[in-house]
Design a protein around this ligand. Structure first.
Ligand SMILES: NC(=O)c1ccc[n+]([C@@H]2O[C@H](COP(=O)([O-])OP(=O)(O)OC[C@H]3O[C@@H](n4cnc5c(N)ncnc54)[C@H](OP(=O)(O)O)[C@@H]3O)[C@@H](O)[C@H]2O)c1
Length: 292
């Protein structure tokens, strides 16, 4: 089964390539080899490779920068996925895609199910939602995995930022009124390969949107405190910095973030056994893979 992995140098793309099962023949391309905003390039690569499945791990992910670079965000997150979707549909192959908790407003108090109304609060979330809609309208065999708060040993993420700040500063302030589910890139890649295996075996999946995120839900502040505890325990930090909980209002950012970003993952769990990974354990695995 030849699998084209787009965005192979990102956090999730890297894990997809690293964890590819034996039966898969993965071809991983970064933006330098395939710019998904270029329809002619997408057409040429897909027609030459003739994959059996496309997994798109590429995206414009700079949430704050997207507020001032809306065209660039939409070019990748809506139009790019549209080009991939058109080719997948033409070949009659499935396209797996990753989306985000930021498609929701964050006004809820219960975990979001897949069928709940979307209302993104910023350009990034809106561009990702537009991508979901283009994909669903263009490619029949589509699977959209919405996830949140991604971390991993490869690439930039909150864990690495905290480790750097923890080394540089004696004390730092972290937002405590946004609640969400940290999710390892590794567990997302495992979930996608599991779905690919089911698809390979059964010839199809129940197409549509699935939520997949780590458990349990926490605030960024609680996430940071656990990062520091674990980093201290495994020798990545020499001393515990003082961590002060603050509100989103005290830490203004160009993009407004949802206060409640908790995804209900029961649909994927019931249908395909996609069990949410415990993020504290995933964090341990990630920290163990980092150079000290
Ligand atoms: N990060 C999070 O916290 C988070 C949360 C929820 C959902 N997600 C979603 O999860 C998915 C994976 O995220 P991630 O954290 O792995 O992202 P990431 O580390 O930022 O990687 C994204 C990759 O996309 C590639 N890319 C950007 N523009 C491209 C283009 N025009 N053509 C081809 N490739 C392009 C980049 O490739 P090069 O490096 O080769 O330039 C980059 O490696 C995305 O769909 C994202 O929206 C992420």
């Amino acid at each position: 089964m030849r699998v084209l992995v787009c965005g192979a140098r990102g956090q999730v793309g890297y894990e997809l390539m690293r964890l590819a099962p034996q039966w898969a023949e993965p071809v991983g391309l970064g933006s330098a080899e395939l710019d998904i905003t270029d329809p002619a390039a997408v057409m040429a690569v897909v027609r030459e490779l003739r994959p059996d499945l496309i997994i798109n791990a590429s995206a414009y992910t700079a949430v704050d920068r997207a507020e001032s670079e809306s065209a660039a965000a939409y070019a990748v997150n809506r139009d790019g996925i549209g080009h991939l979707a058109a080719e997948a549909q033409r070949l009659g192959i499935p396209l797996f895609h990753i989306s985000t908790d930021y498609v929701f407003s964050g006004d809820a108090s219960e975990p979001y199910r897949e069928d709940q109304p979307t209302a993104p609060t910023g350009v990034y979330g809106a561009s990702k939602l537009a991508g979901e809609q283009v994909l669903a309208a263009t490619c029949m065999q589509h699977l959209i995995l919405r996830t949140s708060w991604v971390f991993g040993s490869h690439g930039a993420n909150f864990v690495k930022t905290m480790l750097r700040l923890g080394r540089e500063r004696e004390e730092l302030a972290v937002v405590a009124d946004q609640c969400g589910c940290p999710t390892s890139a590794r567990s997302i890649a495992q979930a996608l390969w599991h779905l690919a295996a089911v698809c390979r075996q059964e010839g199809r999946l129940e197409w549509g949107v699935y939520h997949f995120a780590g458990q349990p839900a926490v605030s960024w502040y609680e996430f940071a405190v656990e990062i520091f505890h674990q980093a201290l325990a495994c020798g990545l930090l020499e001393r515990m910095p003082a961590v002060k909980p603050i509100t989103s209002r005290e830490y203004p950012t160009p993009a407004k973030r949802p206060l409640w970003s908790v995804l209900d993952c029961s649909k994927g769990e019931a249908r395909y056994g996609l069990e949410p990974a415990v993020w504290q354990e995933e964090l341990r695995v990630m920290l163990a893979a980092l150079p000290s």
